[in-house]
Design a protein around this ligand. Structure first.
Ligand SMILES: CCCCCCCCCCCCCC(=O)SCCNC(=O)CCNC(=O)[C@H](O)C(C)(C)COP(=O)(O)OP(=O)(O)OC[C@H]1O[C@@H](n2cnc3c(N)ncnc32)[C@H](O)[C@@H]1OP(=O)(O)O
Length: 199
């Protein structure tokens, strides 16, 4: 992740007191596979890697063609900019499995993401899918933009609930990267959303 963050920047993908037990359990499940101990007690890289997440992409604005310095200095990542405490909006952590070309997101949807009463807004679901697949495509192919995101909403996601999001590589064609994504209940028994993305 070639981003020049200050060591003081908060890493939003670490557990906090708003996480429910399912969120913590799944975090532990993947985090425990990020580092493994060999027989001689040495720590080695595991199958998974937790991806840190910050609320701005550049610590210091460098100026841009279209954006004023003021806008750049105030720019914050959409999914990490809600000040209200207590897991009000997007709580999530991403883990990447480079070998299997899979990226997993664990997502707890806070009360500010309501769409239909008691359920998560379809735009918020699209946002978190774009976040997981967009990050995955970046890891696979370098800097990308989402060209196309196709979403099938299969069953509502309850507000406050935790879901498992998995992005996998379908294929690469020249400079295009095609991914598939599934949002399921944490035990995998219920399919909430399916998507494909071109980056
Ligand atoms: C490491 C992690 C870091 C990440 C940290 C941040 C975390 C947050 C992550 C959040 C992530 C959030 C991520 C976001 O939210 S990204 C924001 C949302 N996306 C955009 O705003 C993108 C806007 N569009 C564009 O900029 C251009 O149109 C792009 C760049 C997409 C293509 O324009 P470009 O001039 O470059 O290309 P081209 O026109 O020569 O076409 C090239 C090829 O592409 C094919 N094509 C084009 N358009 C489409 C389409 N719509 N569907 C299907 N295919 C399409 C086209 O047929 C052609 O194919 P072929 O003929 O070659 O076969």
């Amino acid at each position: 992740l070639p981003l020049p963050f200050s060591s003081k920047s908060r890493d939003f993908s670490l557990p906090n007191s708003s996480w429910n037990s399912e969120m913590k359990r799944l975090y532990e499940h993947y985090n425990s596979q990020c580092e493994v101990e060999s027989e001689d007690g040495e720590k080695q890289k595991g199958l998974w890697r937790r991806l840190p997440s910050y609320n701005r992409s550049l610590k210091y604005a460098t100026g841009g063609v279209y954006l004023s310095k003021l806008i750049q200095s105030k720019a914050r990542l959409f999914t990490r900019n809600i000040k209200e405490q207590g897991g009000a909006a997007f709580e999530y952590v991403l883990f990447n499995n480079e070998e299997e070309q899979r990226c997993v997101g664990i997502f707890q949807a806070g009360h500010l993401l309501e769409g239909p009463p008691g359920n998560v807004h379809g735009g918020a679901i699209a946002t978190i899918i774009d976040t997981v697949t967009g990050t995955h495509a970046t890891l696979l192919s370098g800097t990308v933009m989402t060209a196309n995101l196709n979403i099938n909403y299969r069953s509502p996601i309850p507000l406050g609930g935790t879901v498992h999001i998995e992005s996998s590589l379908d294929r690469k064609e020249g400079r295009k990267t095609f991914l598939s994504c599934r949002v399921t209940s944490t035990d995998g028994s219920k399919l909430h959303t399916e998507a494909t993305g071109d980056f």
